[in-house]
Design a protein around this ligand. Structure first.
Ligand SMILES: Nc1ncnc2c1ncn2[C@@H]1O[C@H](COP(=O)(O)OP(=O)(O)OP(=O)(O)O)[C@@H](O)[C@H]1O
Length: 279
């Protein structure tokens, strides 16, 4: 569904941000794109939706080249940017203007999200708080039912109950024809939501795997001691010993902890690559 082949991109011709970057994502999945500040997440997403253009290489999204911004492409791709700007109109007026651009927009679904999110329906969008505006746009984005939904830091500005609600709404809106890609540096916000993870660091993809594969290859748990344990990839002291990520050589079952995974990948990228390349 989203294919990047040997993409090179830079904000200037001389300084490249991405070189020879390839990535293939399929429908029916919720991908989490994780990376530290400045890793290149937003730039990558903007290339995927045709707001930035690759210098070399190819990008195809749902069979279209994003940079051409064809109407058939635009009506099936929704991009929720990190910084949002909304006009000074009511929710109703916004729907009247914007919903027709998305043929699969479902008004009943939208009303349902709005009432679950407790948004003041009669207010102008510009009179809402930042978090309320973000929730409004998330509700709109989900209701467009586009094949591709890309959200850049969608949980910024949401309070804790809204973050759980976000996870619930997004997971229920996935179907086999839809691809959802969420970028964040707030790793915990993706807990129990994504099924696949992409970690981008210094403009390079360090890993891209399903969480099932991660759980097969790595183990997340507490160890009494980490001395002389060569399997340990990342650890932090805890009350009971050490919370750690280690190579899953004994086929143990454990729940993937995204934050520990992220830290392990950043600390030991080469060893992680080796572990994932073993059959
Ligand atoms: N418009 C721009 N012009 C020039 N350089 C830019 C521009 N936007 C981003 N960059 C640079 O590109 C790099 C990647 O930025 P990007 O915003 O893609 O990272 P990010 O992973 O989304 O970061 P964050 O998590 O902080 O939002 C950074 O070094 C940034 O300074």
């Amino acid at each position: 569904m989203i294919h990047l082949d040997r993409v090179t991109f830079g904000y200037s011709k001389k300084k490249k941000l991405f070189e020879d970057l390839s990535l293939h994502l399929e429908s029916g999945h919720i991908y989490g794109l994780l990376g530290t500040n400045g890793a290149g997440k937003s730039s990558l997403l903007r290339n995927m939706v045709g707001l930035l253009f690759p210098q070399t290489g190819k990008i195809h999204v749902g069979g279209y080249e994003p940079k051409k911004r064809l109407p058939a492409f635009l009506q099936d791709v929704f991009f929720l940017p990190e910084e949002i700007y909304l006009p000074s109109v009511t929710i109703r007026k916004y729907l009247e203007i914007m919903a027709p651009f998305y043929p699969k927009f479902d008004e009943a679904q939208f009303e349902n999200y709005i009432s679950q999110m407790d948004l003041p329906a009669g207010n102008k969008l510009t009179d809402m708080s930042y978090g309320q505006r973000k929730k409004f746009l998330i509700a709109f984005a989900l209701s467009t039912n586009t094949k591709v939904l890309i959200m850049d830091e969608p949980t910024n500005g949401l309070d804790i109950p809204s973050k759980s609600q976000f996870r619930k709404l997004v997971s229920t809106s996935l179907d086999k024809n839809r691809l959802i890609l969420i970028s964040t540096h707030q790793v915990r916000d993706l807990d129990n939501l994504i099924d696949s993870i992409i970690i981008l660091e210094n403009s390079k993809i360090l890993i891209q795997h399903s969480l099932d594969t991660v759980a097969e290859k790595l183990c997340f748990g507490t160890l009494a001691s980490i001395d002389y344990d060569s399997r340990v990839l990342y650890s932090e002291p805890s009350i009971k010993g050490y919370k750690a990520v280690f190579e899953n050589s004994d086929l143990e079952e454990s729940r993937v902890d995204l934050e520990y995974l992220f830290n392990a990948v950043l600390e030991n990228p080469e060893r992680i690559k080796q572990i994932f390349s073993k059959n």
